[in-house]
Design a protein around this ligand. Structure first.
Ligand SMILES: [Zn+2]
Length: 409
């Protein structure tokens, strides 16, 4: 937090005191969250822990929805704001590469280590405790404020919000995502889609390959074409940059390892920038001469895994890029609030990741901003971590934002 060097408003003075008092409990909560493994679709214990914390902090209407997301409310005004973070984390890869046990919440040198510390348990702890401070700071009477601790964020980004917006009454006019933005303001991200390309061949004995058709050989030029296409993508957005293409998996099918494979499949991670639609991306791949010459099929993958509560909510794995324009009240309020809590001009965070914003802003056009503690370079990596000094400004940001946003109209 900025030290006292200039005149502050009453709210800013109050929030400084409040976050200082609330920080130890927030850190304890974060440590607890990190010690509870919560891979996607197995978030139950972590969700129950969030639920208890919200109840203790005085949230109303604290509940689990049909998918397993945890929600808590403050205020009951006609306009709705939502603060979101996902509860689930990716796995830990090789545990021997970690400096500390990824599930112990070790604090060393002011940094808390553990899986999910940056993505997004740190942000989650900060919104749960930060938004709760509105009870002391004053909840602007026109607002109903929901905190959503959502599931399946790593497995199928934005699915939780498809559920919330399609199946419940939640209709926020602004969504704040507690992403690991290193206390920068994020107002747009690339989208992504997962695709599968397949070539077919004719199986025969491996000793007489010329009598069959090798599906792997048909796929090789396709893979090379995709690698070239990545370097030649043309659509470029001034802030989000270009999309990208990566082949992230390959498999083949053959009657045995002494036979010619009759099928080869690759998995493609295609990031989309603004200006690229799923239709255009599919057309681009289908029109590649190598794809046509080898009769490769292209399809978008579906997601239909049950949530920890057993709900299957199928969706196409296509998550659009999004941007909330700089001049909107949502982004202006985020910038002003960040300026207040940091005491300097905030950085505009250019995220490499996707977040639930692909649903809230990308699919539903709800003004969305990202702001949170921790640096995304540590997300999904060994020694996942969060500098604890960033929790207080994040908490202050979440508590002050509704007040600043109200003034922005
Ligand atoms: Zn992640």
């Amino acid at each position: 937090m900025r030290q006292q060097t200039q005149a502050r408003t009453g709210l800013e003075k109050d929030i400084l005191t409040l976050v200082t008092e609330a920080a130890p409990a927030c850190i304890e909560f974060l440590r607890d969250l990190v010690t509870i493994p919560s891979p996607s679709r197995a978030e139950r214990l972590a969700c129950e822990r969030v639920l208890r914390e919200m109840e203790q902090l005085g949230y109303e209407d604290v509940h689990l929805d049909g998918m397993g997301n945890v929600l808590g409310r403050l205020g009951s005004g006609p306009r709705t704001l939502a603060f979101d973070a996902h509860v689930d984390t990716v796995g830990i890869s090789n545990p021997t590469q970690w400096k500390f046990d990824p599930f112990r919440g070790v604090i060393s040198g002011g940094v808390l280590y553990g899986r999910g510390a940056s993505d997004q348990k740190g942000g989650l702890a900060a919104i749960v405790h930060g938004v709760a401070l509105l009870q002391q700071l004053g909840i602007p009477e026109e607002f109903t404020i929901w905190v959503t601790a959502t599931v399946n964020g790593e497995d199928c980004v934005g699915l939780s919000w498809q559920y919330l917006l399609n199946e419940t009454d939640l209709r926020p006019e602004l969504v704040v995502i507690a992403m690991a933005s290193h206390l920068g303001v994020c107002h747009g991200q690339r989208g992504r889609t997962e695709l599968e390309l397949r070539t077919l061949g004719v199986a025969t004995h491996g000793s007489q390959p010329d009598r069959g058709a090798n599906a792997i050989y048909s796929m090789v030029p396709v893979v090379q074409a995709l690698q070239r296409l990545h370097g030649n993508l043309e659509v470029e957005h001034p802030r989000l940059g270009k999309g990208s293409i990566a082949v992230t998996g390959i498999s083949s099918r053959s009657p045995s390892l002494t036979a010619i494979p009759d099928e080869c499949t690759i998995h493609v991670d295609r990031r989309l920038t603004l200006g690229e639609t799923l239709e255009a991306v599919l057309e681009q791949l289908e029109n590649l001469p190598e794809v046509q010459a080898n009769d490769a099929s292209v399809r978008v993958l579906e997601y239909n895994e049950p949530s920890w509560r057993g709900l299957t909510y199928p969706t196409t794995k296509s998550f659009p890029a999004w941007e909330t324009p700089l001049e909107t009240p949502a982004v202006q309020a985020a910038l002003i609030t960040a300026r207040q809590v940091l005491g300097r001009e905030p950085r505009i965070h250019r995220s490499n990741f996707s977040s639930n914003g692909c649903t809230t802003a990308g699919m539903f056009d709800i003004p969305t901003v990202g702001f949170g503690p921790a640096d995304e370079v540590h997300s999904h990596s060994v020694n996942d971590q969060i500098p604890l000094v960033q929790l207080q400004p994040a908490m202050a940001f979440y508590a002050l934002l509704p007040h600043v946003y109200r003034e922005q109209g």
